[in-house]
Ligand binder design. Structure first.
Ligand SMILES: Nc1ncnc2c1ncn2[C@@H]1O[C@H](COP(=O)(O)OP(=O)(O)OP(=O)(O)O)[C@@H](O)[C@H]1O
Ligand SMILES: [Mg+2]
Length: 270
C-alpha cells in the first residue's frame, strides 16, 4: 500500500488542470474607424466613413439604409472583397485589414460564407458541383464534400435537384443553392447582401426562414437588406446612413452568445 502511495506520488506534483474560467469569445467582427472611398468616374465617393462595429458570435445583424448609403461597401470590407483605405478590422480576433488577396481568399474559404442578391452560381456546373466546389477548394476530401453537400441540400429542400443546372431552377431554388454553397464549409460568419432582393415574396419567405433556422443554431449572420420584414428577423438592426452607423438597435431576444458560435470562433483562430 505504501508502495502504491509512493509509486503514485510522482504523478501528483504536476500542475493541476485547474478549471479556468473560459475566456470571453472574441468578437467575430471588430471594426475600428473603417473607411472606404470609391474613386470612380466623378468625384470620390466616401462610401464608408469611420465605422466602429462589433459583431459577437451568434448574432444576426441586419444592416438597413437608403440606396447608396454604403451598406454593400461595408459588407464587402468585412468579407475582404474590397480593401479599406483606413481603420482596422479583426475577424475572429485576427487582424485582417493588412491581409493581401491570397490570405483573404483562404480566410473566406474557411470562415466566411457570402451570399449576394443575384445568386452568383457557376452556370455551367450542376447544383451538386456548385455546392461541393468551395468544400473541395478548402481541402475537404471528395467524400466529405459530397456528404456535406447532400446534407445541406436535403436541409434546404433541394434533394433530387443535384444534377440540375442553375438555369433550370427557380430564383428561390437558386438562392437556396447559393446559401448551401456559402454554408458548406461551416463558416463562422455568413455575409448576405440583399439575399432575397431578386425574389418574389414566397422566395423571400423561404430565404428568411432558412436564415432564421441557421441563426437559431448559432450561425453568425450579417445581412444587408432593404426589406423591413427581413430586418425584423434579425436580433440587431443597424441603420446605415451616408457611410455611417446612424442607429444600432437590439431587437430583444437576448440571443447573443451561443455554443455553436463560440466553437466556431475557436475554429476560426486556428
Ligand atoms: N466600385 C465603385 N466605384 C465608384 N463608386 C462606387 C463603387 N461602389 C459603390 N460606389 C458608390 O458608393 C456609394 C455606396 O455604394 P453601396 O453600393 O455601398 O451602397 P448601398 O447602400 O449598398 O446601396 P444599395 O442599397 O443601392 O445597394 C454609392 O454612392 C455608390 O455609387
Ligand atoms: Mg447594396
Amino acid at each position: 500500500m505504501s508502495d502504491d502511495a509512493a509509486g503514485g506520488a510522482p504523478a501528483a506534483p504536476g500542475p493541476t488542470p485547474a478549471p479556468e474560467p473560459a475566456p470571453a469569445p472574441a468578437p467575430i467582427v471588430r471594426a475600428e474607424g473603417l473607411t472606404k472611398t470609391h474613386h470612380g468616374e466623378g468625384a470620390p465617393v466616401h462610401a464608408v466613413r469611420g465605422v466602429d462595429l462589433t459583431v459577437r458570435p451568434g448574432e444576426f445583424v441586419a444592416v438597413t439604409g437608403p440606396s447608396g448609403a454604403g451598406k454593400s461597401t461595408l459588407l464587402h470590407l468585412i468579407g475582404g472583397l474590397q480593401r479599406p483605405d483606413g481603420g482596422k478590422l479583426w475577424i475572429g480576433g485576427q487582424r485582417v485589414d493588412t491581409f493581401r488577396e491570397a490570405r483573404w481568399a483562404v480566410l473566406r474559404r474557411r470562415s466566411i460564407g457570402v451570399v449576394f442578391q443575384f445568386f452568383n452560381l457557376v452556370s455551367n456546373l450542376t447544383v451538386a458541383d456548385n455546392v461541393e466546389l468551395p468544400a473541395l477548394l478548402a481541402g475537404a476530401s471528395p467524400k466529405a464534400a459530397r456528404d456535406s453537400r447532400a446534407e445541406l441540400l436535403a436541409e434546404l429542400g433541394l434533394e433530387g435537384r443535384e444534377r440540375a443546372m442553375p438555369g433550370e431552377l427557380s430564383g428561390g431554388e437558386q438562392q437556396r443553392v447559393a446559401l448551401a454553397r456559402a454554408l458548406v464549409n461551416h463558416p463562422a460568419l455568413l455575409l448576405a447582401d440583399e439575399p432575397a432582393g431578386s425574389l418574389d415574396s414566397k422566395g423571400t419567405r423561404e430565404v428568411l426562414r432558412l436564415l432564421s433556422r441557421f441563426h437559431q443554431r448559432g450561425q453568425t449572420i450579417v445581412m444587408v437588406t432593404h426589406d423591413a420584414r427581413m430586418a425584423s428577423a434579425a436580433d440587431r438592426v443597424i441603420s446605415f446612413f451616408d457611410g455611417r452607423i446612424a442607429d444600432d438597435a437590439q431587437l430583444g431576444g437576448g440571443r447573443r452568445e451561443k455554443p455553436g458560435g463560440v466553437s466556431r470562433v475557436l475554429d476560426l483562430k486556428e
